[in-house]
Each structure stands twice: as C-alpha cells, then as structure tokens.
Ligand binder design. Structure first.
Ligand code: BGC
Ligand code: NOJ
Length: 815
C-alpha cells in the first residue's frame, strides 16, 4: 500500500493523505539554520546545534508524535469554523490534501469548503531563517472573511534544560513586540547575545506570545481559544511558555488569491551592541531589520527559492545516472544523495528517532557520512575532516562525538570504542581520491582541541593505525574496547545494574576481548595508508610498514578469525568465540563477512566466496540481510547490549541496514552483479514503497533498521534518515555496482551490474571535468574496455585530461 508517489521530474515525494503510518518528515536548511518538518507541519528548528540552540519546542514522547510545529489556523469569520490546512493539529476533514517534500523545502496544501491554502516552507541559502509562504485562494462563489493565525512555541534554547528545569524556566521567558515582529529573548538579559524573531508580511490584527493565554485553560493546540473566538489577546509573555502567533484578517472576493509570508529566524548581535538604546534592556534590532525587510518581500522570497533549487541542481548534478532500474535512478539521482547531505550535516543528532539532546557529531559516524557527500561538498568535507581529527587523542584514539556548537570532543555518550580512529583513514582516503588535494595532509591539527599540540593531519592518520597496533589481544587481533562498529557488542562491560546505560557503563580494564571486524577495518585502512604514504615525503613509517602490517593482520584473521565457513565475529573476555558455529546463539554475524572481504581477505583462497554464500544462506531475508543469526533469545552478561534487545530488533538480529552495502560491495568485488543488486533492491526505500503499511517509515530515505524475521513485525523500519546506511548504499551502488569510482590516479570505471542490464549512462563531474559515460554490455561478464574521447585506453582508470579540457566522453564495453 502507498501513501503517495514519487514525482521524479520535480524531485519530490508527494504524500496524498495526511495519516501516514508515522510522521514522514523532511529537513529544511543546509548550512547553519535547520528544521525538521513532517507531512502535517510538525517538527522544530534549531541553529547549528539541536541541543544548545533550539529555536522551537518539541515535546518528547508526545501523542500524536509530531505535535508541536509550524501551525497555521484558518477561521471562517462568517461561520466561526476553523481548521488547519496542514491537517494537524485540528485534524478536520480536508479536501485535496497534498504534501510535497522536496530538496530543502516542503509544500503542504489542502482545501476546506472552497478555501484553498498552500504553504511553502524553506530556509534560504546563506541566511538564518525559515520562510513560510502561505497562498490563500477563495474558490467559493461568494466573498469570504477569514482570520489567519500563525503559531509556534519557543524553546528556551538549551533543549535538554528546557525539557527538565521547570522551576527556573517557567520564570525566565521574555519577549518584545515591535512593528508587528515578535522577538523571543529569554536569557538575552544575561549571557546570550542571540534571539529569535517571528515576522509577518501583513499588518496585524493582533498577536499572542503567552502560550496559555493563546490556547486558553485546559485546551491544546487543536482548539486554541484565540482562534475559536477569532481574536488574539495581545498577550505578552512574562515567564511561563513564550510563543508567537500573528492574527491577520483577510477578505477574499470569489476567485481571489492572497499571499502572506511568515519568517522565523535566529539572530546574533555583537556582545557590545546588544541593547538599543545602550544601557537599556531592549534588543538592538538595527542589525536584523534589513534581513527581515528583505524576506518579507515576495519577489525576494521567490528568488531565494529559485536559488535553493539551483543549489540542489548543482549538488546532484555531480552524478546523474540513467539505468534500466527506476529505483536505482531515483535513489542515486535524488534521494540517496539528498539523504547523504542531511546525514553529513546532522550526523545522528536530530530526527524523529534521535532527540537532538543526546548525540552530537559522531566521530565514527561522520567519517562514514562523508563518504557519501565528499563529491558534492569537497570543501566542507575538508573542514569536517579537520574538525574530527582535532578531537583525536594523542594516543590516536578519539572522542566518540563532539557538540557541533563547540566542536569539542566529549565522553557524554561513551568512550573507548576501539574502531573509531580507523574510520578517519577511510574518510581522508575518500577525500584524496575525490579531490586530489594532497595539501590536506600537511594541515596542522591539534589533539583534543588543545592549542600547541598540533601535528600534521598525516601524523593523525599514522597514530590512528598505531592505536590499533598497540592494542592487540592474545590472538593478535585488535582489542575491542567498549565496542567496535557494533555499539552493542559490549564484551567488557558485564552490566548487571538496570540503571546504567550500556554505552557509558564502566568497562573492565585489561580485557582480552578481540574484534575480527576491527581487524578487517584495519587491513583496509592500512592498505589505504600504504598508498597515501607513498605520496608523502615527511612520514614516520614507510609505505612498506603499512603493507606489512596489513599482511600480518590478514594472516591473523585467516588463522584465528575464520570459523570454517565464515569469518568469526570476535573473542569474548574469556577468549571464547563470538559468531561461531560453536556458540549457543549468534553463530554468524554480517559485519566481518562484509569488511574482511572488502579488505581483500580471503579473495584468493575461496574464503570470501564461502563467507558471502553463508550470508546469502543464513542471513539474507526478503527485507534485507540481518545482523546475526540465530538471534539472542536472552540476556548474556558477557555480550552486553546486543542481547538486551528483543530478538529481531536493532543489533540483536535486526536488519541493520548500514551493514548491507558492505555485502553488496563484497559481492561486487567478487564479480557477482546479480547478487549485489539483489541485496541492493531489498532495502532500497523506493523499491519498498509499495509495502509502506509494512515498512511504515518514509519510502524516500533509508532507515537504520528493519525488523528481522525473529521479530513479530518483520519488515517494519525504524530510525529513518540519520544513518550510515545512506552513505554506504550510495558508495555501493555508484562506486561498486555502477563502478564509477574515484581513485588516487583518476576516475576508475569498473561496473559490476546485473547480467540482464544492457548497460547504462552516467554523467560524473570529477576534479572539475565532466565525464559523459556510456556503458554497453556485449557479454555476461565484468571485463571492461574503455574508449576515451574515441581512443581505446589500457586499464580501467581514465587519465585526467590536459589542463583546460572540461568534457570527456567515455565509452565502456562490458564483456
Ligand atoms: C545503537 C543502539 C544503541 C545506542 C546506544 C546506537 O548506536 O544503534 O542500538 O542503543 O547506540 O547509545
Ligand atoms: C548507530 C551508531 O550511530 C553507529 O555508530 C553504530 O555503528 C551503529 N549504530 C551500530 O551499532
């Protein structure tokens, strides 16, 4: 069953009924000002940091889930009836409801008794505000008198404090109203020099800023008293819950349309110019007034919207493909790339599953997110790498996350994940391959953000690998620490206290638990490092050192990390196997099968083939590949959080989608185009659109998890949007199946596609050159011959064209 459809032409997903199984959301903003918006206008906004600079309030565990949003109410002043054109919060029976989620904007429209209302929500490039562009049309045969009410509820900035510290916060709220603009200035009197503003293009008939006056006693957002009675109270918030609402009366002749613009924004004043007049307690508004004036002008708003569209055309234009499969095209050309930008911007901080008050920018997560975004925003990727590296410790280890506002690493959500540092090598390798900008390796970067501790970024990479080599266990495999990529494989935690979170509980020191996954990751990273250090003169170790380290680790994996038919997962704190046929449960895990093969382990002796066959046989389901089997049916003290989840969910045998593309890449490396693409389609959101009542999350973006076959809700997705699934699937389909792969030397072309595809076309902008690629299949295999600008070339890497040439034609023959 579907709740809408893809409009590929306009790059939109069109939702045609408001009661989707879950709120289906979109993101506004791509630089500093961000908002989440659901298909019924629910959601919230923040500046840079979803925790520390929350602009509007969101209530956790609310019912309905997305209540609290950017709500507009319309009231028929002739009858007194009122409704919300976005359905929520009044939930009246609307006609022609439609929500169009596009790239960086959302349009929600509907009609009610002949009054059509459409609101376009977006954040213009370069400015810290969101625009709500409301168009009203009277389709009635008679004149109509309407009241329009806007509404938002302000958050008192620190979203965690806002949700907990009521004894203080119910007394601190402050606002100002000037020339029809509502200013939210809680704590501006003291240490904040930022405020929010909520403006409207029309002359006001009234306003409200105190929530409980606007709503009235014992009422919710579905029936505000001000709206019901058709008149604002002009309330001024002193403490309690500051909100913003404008009231505008609109008379519409038959057929007449009117446009009203609302702006919600964030602004900072220089600390010495906070007040006007100086010495007063009034906000200095001179600095923000020109901005407000600019965007209250309809032509400027339209121009800003066009600029936003052009921005996304540019980003997505870096890679466009035309394959025989609509789901591949749609995801690669539009939604997967778009989701990559969202994960790049927000890591795991704010979604309808991530609260925005917990995780900031994750070290492991962001290094992986970068893999899917570096081709679109190389300059921002460069900065992100430097920011991440600056949270590394001198040992080479890393803080697990940092808060975006401060960029300082902290241990708030746990520490001691022994895989973390290695991901930096993969992201830097991806950056170098994409850009050829080797200068990044010479950038001075601090440790723990400590001034004076700087070394070159290159040395950070050396220390990343050293960190693993200095932490090997009894079998010579890397020690796992708190956990590795699988946060929930807590082999050193032994938590028997219900009130301690697994991720921050103390881990036993001196543990011997080892990870085969980290071994695979290490081999991959060391091989990249071998190549990187060849091009670096001021190095500590020779390339040979890394080649040798990779070779040695590979031998250890083959000796101690192989279970007979697949790769083992780990050794526990007692030196017993995890992910082995010998185990009581959890015989086989997906992660080492993917990563060891990706690292090239077992390619020569047939073990890679065997491992992937085991995945197909034991882990693949119609809804994707599960994380392990059999699921853990009870809690195992020595395994930790993984066994805390009921079978089939999350890390306990859920389909943890992030890992699926590793298997796709591995299949492609072995030349199995059919298998790789089959795995790809099983979790491809667009291909699952038709079972939206089962999948339940948005059909246009990946979710972190789909319930596995051990769960009663097999096939149901959770944790949509902010997941490493996005970047890795993009890498798997574009670089390994379509085979358009940046390499240190140039663009490599090595498609491994299904054998019934006649070929495909693609355009790829790479290092300033546009490659027009046509792939034609003439045989069933994966052997590539390249003709570049009419000339056959040897190998499958296209040499960079001479300076000045910006277009290259590539014909690929696949045999
Ligand atoms: C995992 C969750 C886990 C959480 C703890 C996440 O990365 O996916 O299963 O509960 O970390 O913070
Ligand atoms: C989600 C986390 O964000 C990611 O870092 C981790 O690797 C996976 N969960 C698996 O536990």
């Amino acid at each position: 069953m579907k709740y809408g459809y893809f409009d590929d032409q306009r790059r939109e997903y069109v939702i045609s009924r408001p009661d989707t199984p879950l709120p289906w959301i979109n993101y506004l903003g791509s630089e500093a000002y961000f908002g989440l918006i659901s298909n019924t206008a629910g959601g919230y906004s923040f500046y840079r940091d979803a925790r520390l600079r929350r602009i509007t309030r969101y209530r956790y565990n609310n019912v309905p889930l997305d209540c609290g949003g950017r709500y507009i109410y319309l009231r028929d002043n002739d009858t007194g009836e009122f409704w919300s054109p976005s359905w929520q919060p009044t939930r009246c029976r609307l006609e022609n409801y439609v929500c169009r989620h596009g790239l960086g904007y959302t349009i929600i429209g509907s009609s009610y008794q002949g009054i059509e209302a459409q609101t376009r929500y977006f954040v213009p490039l370069g400015d810290n505000l969101e625009i709500w562009q409301l168009t009203l049309t009277n389709h009635r045969p008679r004149p109509t008198h309407l009241s329009v009410f806007s509404s938002i509820e302000f958050c008192l900035w620190d979203a965690h404090d806002d949700a907990t510290n009521f004894q203080r916060n119910l007394s601190t709220g402050e606002v100002e109203i000037e020339e029809g603009v509502i200013y939210h200035k809680t704590e501006y009197r003291e240490r904040r020099n930022h405020f929010a503003f909520f403006a409207c293009s029309e002359d006001l008939d009234g306003f409200d800023t105190q929530r409980d006056v606007f709503l009235g006693p014992y009422r919710g957002w579905d029936s505000p008293l001000a709206v019901e009675r058709g008149c604002s109270f002009n309330s001024i918030a002193h403490g309690w819950a500051p909100m913003g609402s404008h009231h505008i009366q609109v008379a519409l002749a038959p057929g007449e349309s009117r446009q009203i613009i609302f702006l919600l924004g964030y602004h900072e004043n220089p600390p010495d110019q906070k007040f006007d007049p100086p010495g007063s307690q009034r906000i200095n508004k001179q600095t923000v007034k020109p901005l407000i004036a600019r965007y209250l002008d309809k032509d400027n708003v339209d121009a800003a919207f066009e600029a936003l569209r052009a921005h996304w055309d540019r980003l997505l234009g870096v890679l466009q493909v035309d394959t025989p499969d609509v789901h591949t095209n749609r995801m690669v050309n539009i939604w997967n790339a778009y989701q990559n930008m969202v994960t790049f911007n927000l890591s795991r901080s704010a979604s309808f599953f991530e609260s925005g008050i917990s995780r900031g920018i994750g070290f492991r997560d962001s290094n992986q997110d970068l893999l899917g975004a570096v081709h679109m925003v190389p300059a921002r990727a460069r900065q992100r790498i430097l920011d991440l590296a600056a949270t590394q410790l001198e040992t080479g280890g890393a803080y697990h996350q940092y808060q975006p506002l401060t960029k300082r690493g902290n241990d708030e959500i746990g520490s001691g994940f022994n895989d973390d540092s290695l991901w930096l090598v993969l992201s830097v390798a991806a950056y170098l391959k994409e850009t050829g900008d080797w200068s990044i390796l010479d950038e001075p970067v601090a440790y723990e953000n400590r001034p004076g501790s700087e070394t070159s970024l290159y040395e950070h990479l050396e220390r990343s690998l050293r960190y693993t080599l200095e932490r090997l266990g009894p079998h010579g495999l890397p020690l796992i620490g708190r956990a590795d990529w699988n946060d929930c494989l807590n082999l050193n935690t032994f938590s028997d206290t219900p009130d301690e979170p697994f991720q921050t509980a103390t881990t036993r020191k001196g543990g011997v638990a080892e990870s085969v996954f980290i071994a695979g990751l290490f081999v991959l990273a060391a091989k990249e490092m071998e190549r990187i250090s060849e091009s670096v003169s001021r190095r500590i170790r020779d390339p040979q050192f890394y080649a040798e380290a990779a070779r040695r680790m590979e031998a250890v994996v083959l000796e101690h990390g192989w279970d007979g038919e697949w790769f083992l997962r780990a050794y526990d704190a007692f030196g017993r196997k995890v992910g082995s046929r010998e185990c009581e449960e959890g015989h086989i895990f997906v992660e080492p099968q993917g990563f060891c093969v990706m690292a090239g382990i077992g390619l020569e002796d047939g073990r890679a083939e065997q491992a992937l066959a085991a995945v197909r046989e034991r882990l693949a389901t119609p809804h994707g590949i599960v994380l392990q089997q059999p699921a853990y049916s009870r809690y195992y003290l020595h395994l930790g959080e993984i066994s805390s989840y009921p079978p089939g969910y999350k890390e306990n045998a859920g389909i943890f989608c992030h890992t699926n593309p590793w298997i796709m890449i591995a299949e492609a490396m072995l030349g199995h185009g059919n298998q790789a693409h089959d795995h790809y389609l099983r979790i491809n959101p667009s291909a699952r659109e038709g079972i939206s009542e089962v999948h339940r999350c948005e059909p246009y973006v990946y979710a972190q998890m789909i319930a596995g076959p051990d769960a009663p809700t097999h096939g149901e997705a959770k944790n949509s949007w902010l997941t490493g699934t996005a970047a890795w699937n993009y890498v798997a389909i574009t670089q390994w199946m379509l085979g358009i792969r940046p390499s240190y030397e140039g663009l490599q072309i090595a498609p491994v596609i299904p054998d019934d595809w006649p070929g495909f076309k693609a355009t790829r902008v790479f290092r300033g050159v546009t490659y027009h690629i046509t792939v034609e299949r003439v045989g069933a295999g994966n052997t590539v011959s390249l003709i570049v600008d009419g000339q056959p070339i040897a190998g499958n890497i296209i040499p960079l064209p001479p300076e000045g040439q910006t277009e290259v034609r590539v014909e690929v023959v696949l045999k």
